[in-house]
Design a protein around this ligand. Structure first.
Ligand SMILES: Cc1cc2nc3c(=O)[nH]c(=O)nc-3n(C[C@H](O)[C@H](O)[C@H](O)COP(=O)(O)OP(=O)(O)OC[C@H]3O[C@@H](n4cnc5c(N)ncnc54)[C@H](O)[C@@H]3O)c2cc1C
Length: 378
């Protein structure tokens, strides 16, 4: 049983100087960046922008210099993410690699894969996607069926992944595959690196309810992968994925996905209307609370702690607050916002996007199961 203990975090002065540097950079490089793209936030990407961030040293910020990192603190990284997210910057190309693939490679393949790939990630040149979910395995990830079979010269992979965000425009996938025999569930899976250009891979788009192409179905038909692409030990995939999902769930993106709608609502609010003051005051208070909790998680990470339970609570509460925003906007501004005005655009986009917030990265029910278990409630 764990205690839900979040250390209050404060940012040291160097973080505020860095914040201003990021703001200036964003103001210069995203001056004409349209709202229609800002609303996509960290799911929208631009390879050139990622390269620019790489050259500023804002990817792989906390990683060791030997891997092309910059050895800055996780609080400095937090501030950079916060500023990029609030601006709706197109960070989606490198997001997964920076958040979880780079750390995973350094931890589990420090001598073979990490020296080759991680410096390219830090330069904003190499992008990754996540191959976990399958057609019949989402929440029950241990039931995956995509198989990697050991061959004389490496691995042969056959199977199917689904909902793979960015499989069509990322260089590599880190896939969870079955390597063990028979009925082993957790013990029989491993993680493997797959170059998305390898023959035998078919990527088919799945159009989401916004009418956009973000995720895909990916089929592997005897896809040959070198032996060295196995990440960590064979059969350790379950343990490794647990660590990876903790990175995936911990960041400020879990409550800063709808900031453009919040900004538009604040801009459009009528100061003389108490309904506006009450509703938006509540939202801002909720954001301030989430921000304190999220900063607390970052502070705990900076102190070498593993705040998995607290991170799950932030993700759960963040999704709740963000999913309520379109209804609040509707109550306050429907029929009032000019068609195709920035407020109207942000309302329409966010209303269609928020249902996914309690699915991606693990559903609400699964996350609450983890929280309950962590608290010793089941
Ligand atoms: C925008 C978006 C991007 C995504 N990107 C990726 C990606 O890049 N890579 C990737 O691998 N996956 C990705 N996913 C997939 C995502 O991880 C899965 O959708 C999610 O894990 C749920 O799996 P599922 O869709 O199979 O639903 P299911 O597991 O079938 O769940 C259906 C419903 O049943 C509930 N449920 C299931 N089991 C339980 C239980 N034991 N107790 C209580 N309730 C339960 C769930 O909470 C859910 O409400 C993405 C999803 C979205 C929406």
């Amino acid at each position: 049983m764990q205690e839900l203990n979040i250390i209050p975090g404060t940012l040291p002065p160097q973080c505020e100087a860095l914040r201003q540097e990021v703001r200036d950079f964003v103001a210069e490089h995203l001056r004409d960046f349209p709202l229609a793209r800002r609303v996509r936030n960290w799911t929208g990407g631009d390879a050139e922008f990622s390269r620019k961030l790489g050259s500023k040293g804002w990817i792989g910020m906390t990683w060791p210099k030997e891997y092309g990192g910059h050895e800055r603190t996780s609080l400095e990284r937090y501030v950079v993410l916060e500023e990029l997210l609030q601006a709706g910057a197109p960070v989606g190309m490198h997001w997964v690699a920076d958040r979880q693939s780079g750390p995973l490679l350094m931890r589990y393949s420090p001598k073979v894969l990490a020296p080759r790939l991680v410096p390219q990630i830090a330069r904003g040149e190499l992008f990754f996607c996540i191959g976990m979910s399958e057609p019949d395995s989402g929440s029950d990830l241990a039931s995956i069926r995509t198989r990697a079979t050991r061959m004389a010269d490496g691995w042969s992979i056959t199977g199917r992944k689904v909902w793979t965000s960015g499989a069509h425009n990322k260089h590599y996938m880190i896939a969870l595959v079955r390597t063990g025999e028979g009925s082993q569930r957790h013990g029989g899976v491993s993680q493997i690196l797959i170059d998305m250009k390898t023959p035998g891979i078919t990527v088919r788009p799945i159009i989401n309810q916004l009418g956009e192409h973000d995720f895909n179905e990916v089929t592997f038909d005897d896809v040959r992968v070198p032996a060295e692409n196995l990440i960590g030990e064979e059969g350790d995939g379950w343990k490794q994925v647990g660590a990876e999902l903790a990175y995936e769930r911990a960041g400020p993106e879990r409550y800063l996905s709808s900031t453009q709608l919040l900004k538009e609502m604040l801009d459009a609010a009528n100061p003389d209307d108490p309904r506006h003051a009450v509703a938006l005051g509540k939202v801002v208070a909720q954001y301030a609370t989430l921000r304190q909790m999220s900063l607390g998680v970052a502070t705990m990470l900076a102190q070498g702690m593993t705040p998995g339970l607290a991170a799950s609570v932030v993700k759960d509460q963040g999704a709740l607050v963000e999913q309520a925003m379109p209804d609040i906007a509707h109550d306050l501004f429907a029929g009032w916002a000019e068609p195709d005005s920035p407020l109207d655009l942000a309302m329409r986009y966010t209303a269609m996007a928020v249902p996914s917030f309690s699915l991606r990265g693990g559903t609400r029910e699964i996350l609450r199961g983890i929280i309950a278990k962590g608290l010793g409630l089941r």
